[in-house]
Design a protein around this ligand. Structure first.
Ligand SMILES: Cc1ncc(COP(=O)(O)O)c(C=O)c1O
Length: 382
């Protein structure tokens, strides 16, 4: 009855775990978004935009002021010159940027390399485009990848490599060396690089995020994707963007115009305003998240679940203290019996079974939620 392209498309684990968390009134450390809102001044900016009459369709590529300030910001942070007219497209979150990009680049039968554990949208988008996902594992304890493993996955049918930096769910921050190797490999085999950087401003311990824009300064083959959702703690606003050279941007815009056509106008004005305040806002934002990262890590070491310290994003992976049950069983048990919800990460792996021995915990939560959740976890004695 339904299109063949839906074969292999599964329900997202996030919805399933959140429903279970709600049913059993568990503290939800599974859901990958904040349990608080972003700054009031940004909400006021959104209100103001609506009151000022910014309520009709925006241009499909996004309002000019937002594209311009993203371009200025990335010149400053990543020393990359981006033409706001032809190289930035505003999308309905990073999700739509990924979808439009993958649909624009991938033909049926094309292979796309992704690093596992992977953000589940990559897998589904590749399948929807008729492509074939190929996997390279990020190995514990540091979630590094073996350069040889990447090379082995490249075949004459490979079309693109997708990276997520900083990485959900491991908190890995790719090193310059790793990024340069990926870029060299892509150059050698004429591949696209899709770099999802939605956590670009969330790194810890003064670690500097290196964007693909730092590496592929002339945008020869890279598409950088990001979003305002994580940076401003407004994930429900769904304003993202894709940055690529004019030819690739033109292709992305072709899909975008028949997918969403354009993105909500007052939100774009608010985010453009948010970017003008980045210098004052980012230090506070980063300090608050550093506090949350340190808090959850120091509390988790007191549980039976051994944490892997993340250097970016707002997730932390922990090892399960028993070999008798896998991640899905433990995640369900924790939600139902211990009232704390997490995400079982095995669904983000295809090659390795490392995910079966871990859980993903989200710390984009108030300190109170973090403490309540970890107190429940401490009761698990296995
Ligand atoms: C790695 C990654 N990419 C993309 C997204 C989606 O971003 P958006 O909400 O802007 O669509 C998320 C959200 O959790 C994410 O973790």
């Amino acid at each position: 009855m339904f299109a063949n392209r839906l074969r292999g498309i599964e329900d997202s684990i996030f919805g399933l775990m959140s429903a279970l968390a709600a049913e059993y009134k568990a503290v939800n450390l599974g859901q990958g978004f904040p349990d608080f809102s972003g700054p009031d001044w940004l909400i006021e900016a959104f209100n103001k935009a609506m009151k000022d009459g910014k309520n009709q369709y925006a241009p499909p590529q996004g309002i000019h002021s937002l594209r311009k300030i993203i371009s200025d910001t990335y010149l400053k942070f990543y020393e990359c010159r981006i033409d706001p007219e032809n190289e930035i497209t505003i999308t309905a979150g990073a999700t739509e940027a990924l979808f439009s990009t993958i649909l624009a680049l991938i033909n049926p039968g094309d292979e796309v390399i992704i690093f596992e554990p992977f953000y589940d949208a990559y897998y589904s988008d590749i399948i929807l485009a008729g492509g074939i996902p190929k996997f390279v594992t990020l190995h514990k304890p540091n979630f590094d990848f073996d350069f040889e493993e990447l090379i082995i996955q490249v075949t004459p049918r490979t079309k693109a490599i997708i990276i997520n930096n900083p990485h959900n769910p491991t908190g890995k921050v790719y090193s310059k060396n790793e990024l340069e190797f990926i870029f060299e490999t892509a150059n050698k085999h004429n591949l696209y690089i899709v770099s999802d950087e939605v956590y670009e401003f969330l790194t810890y311990d003064n670690l500097k995020h290196i964007s693909i824009l730092n590496i592929d300064k002339h945008l020869t083959r890279s598409i950088m994707i990001s979003s305002a959702g994580k940076t401003f703690s407004m994930t429900g606003w769904k304003i993202g963007w894709a940055i690529a050279n004019p030819k690739i941007s033109d292709a992305i815009r072709k899909v975008h115009q028949w997918t969403t056509f354009t993105v909500n106008t007052p939100g774009q004005h608010a985010v453009a305003f948010g970017f003008t305040k980045l210098d004052e806002y980012l230090p506070i934002f980063k300090e608050e998240y550093q506090y949350r990262r340190d808090l959850i890590y120091s509390e988790l070491v007191k549980t039976k679940f051994t944490p892997h310290k993340p250097f970016g994003s707002y997730f932390i992976m922990v090892d399960i203290p028993t070999l008798e049950k896998d991640d899905i069983e433990i995640a369900k048990e924790l939600t139902v019996d211990y009232k704390v919800a997490t995400i079982p990460p095995s669904v983000f792996y295809r090659n390795s079974d490392e995910g079966k021995k871990m859980l993903r915990i989200c710390f984009a939560k108030t300190p109170r939620t973090i403490i309540e959740g970890i107190e429940n976890l401490k009761k698990y004695k296995a």
